[in-house]
Write a protein that binds this ligand. Structure first.
Ligand code: ARG
Length: 403
């Protein structure tokens, strides 16, 4: 019986060539699997046709946008996930979803292998393979670019020789990965970390300095999840798409950073995540109002750990899953509205209200009606400082003794 390989197919040069390349190397039938995570661009029927034209035995396309929004982007929002305090995990979130479908199709079709187009220098190979090991441990993974020396030159030559229907000349100088949560852009002139990003790197955002008038929006949350925009109820998918358009028009969510990859190298990355950055700004502000202080402090540590686990390809790990349970529990009272002003590349919170607020006007006010009993503060301050005071006394005695 002919072996089968399920290939994570993007429609681009590398994975188009990989279809024939893998078939030649392994003698297996290639099943191309394209997953729509909101990357935009070509429609999926075109992608499917190309896979077949490039020699795939069959091709499957899946619209996973709603699943990606609800099951991958929303948990990242609960975690206010920003790797190195800046990168909202765009690509790191889509890989575990793609892996889930790769594993499912491999198991359903009796395939013994899956394949991806990653190089050996990035994080995405780790995310694919570590995820696969958790979801389909008996399925072997192959990566032609990394494992069988499918270099760019060879890929172009292969495409020409086999007359594959791919336009190799229209390639961008950048390596771009896009989805609903954002857009990653690397390589080309960006590899000189002193060089400012050229205008052509941006795809999801307009120029923040264009001088557009400010726009106000209100996002409503229930248990940490966004449920309505300006009062209109919305699914996570609709919410993120809508905010990408609104905030993107104001140039919000542009990030230019040098990042620590899991494989040990630093790399320069340009990200755009207008919807994600706006949601994180609103969500974390509402948390400031609704989370008790110790819970909020501890949650920050959980957020960081969660983010690192996901960045490092451990979406399906036990610790990540346990932290998800914490995040859900911690978010129970994060309900209310946040108003933001979008302008000049920034989403600035200007108002917040919540039925579950821990902010208490009568405790906070300096006006009449103040319910805070200031006489309690005197003794509190004395006891609070007592350990330091005792230690400082001891240090003075020791200093006097040794003088
Ligand atoms: N450095 C980012 C990450 O590891 C983005 C990777 C983007 N992938 C790509 N093929 N351009 O999450």
């Amino acid at each position: 019986m002919t072996e089968k390989v399920v290939l994570a197919y993007s429609g681009g040069l590398d994975t188009s060539v990989a279809i024939g390349w893998i078939a030649e190397q392994t003698g297996a039938q290639v099943i191309a699997l394209a997953v729509d995570v909101g990357q935009g661009g070509e429609d999926l029927d075109t992608v499917r046709e190309r896979a077949l034209a490039c020699g795939a035995a069959s091709a499957e396309v899946i619209d996973a946008r709603a699943e990606f929004a609800a099951d991958f982007c929303m948990p990242a929002l609960l975690a206010n996930a920003l790797y190195m305090d800046r990168y909202p995990l765009v690509s790191a979130l889509s890989r575990p979803l793609i892996v889930k479908h790769l594993a499912r199709v491999a198991i359903e079709s009796g395939a013994s292998m899956v394949a991806h187009g990653c190089t050996g220098k990035g994080n995405d190979q780790v995310r694919f393979e570590v995820g696969l090991a958790a979801l389909a441990p008996d399925v072997v993974c192959t990566a032609p670019v990394r494992d069988s020396d499918m270099t760019r030159d060879k890929a172009i030559a292969f495409a020409a020789e086999k007359e594959l229907p791919i336009n190799v000349t229209s390639r961008s100088p950048y390596s771009i990965d896009q989805n609903l949560w954002g857009r990653s852009c690397e390589t080309g002139h960006l590899e000189d970390i002193w060089e400012a990003p050229h205008d052509d790197v941006w795809g999801y955002t307009d120029d923040p300095a264009a001088g557009k008038p400010a726009q106000e929006i209100t996002i409503s949350f229930e248990a940490g999840l966004p449920v309505a925009l300006d009062g209109a109820p919305m699914s996570p998918l609709a919410m993120i798409s809508e905010l990408n358009a609104l905030a993107g028009a104001h140039g919000i969510g542009r990030i230019d950073m040098v990042e620590d990859r899991l494989v040990g190298i630093k790399s320069r990355e340009i990200y755009e995540a207008p919807g994600a950055m706006t949601l994180i700004a609103a969500h974390s502000e509402l948390e400031s109002v609704c989370l008790e202080r110790d819970l909020a402090r501890f949650k920050r540590q959980v957020e960081q750990r969660w983010t690192e686990l996901v960045y490092d390809g451990l979406w399906y790990s036990p610790l990540k899953q346990a932290l998800d349970a914490f995040l859900t529990q911690a978010s129970g009272h994060v309900t209310g509205d946040v108003r933001l002003r979008l302008q000049g590349g920034r989403a600035v919170v200007t108002g917040r209200r919540s039925p579950a607020a821990l902010y208490d006007y009568e405790l906070a006010t300096y006006d009449s009606g103040d319910m805070f009993d200031q006489s309690l503060a005197k003794g509190f301050v004395e006891l609070w400082g007592l350990p330091s005071k005792i230690a400082a006394d001891r240090d003075r005695r020791a200093a006097a003794h040794s003088a």
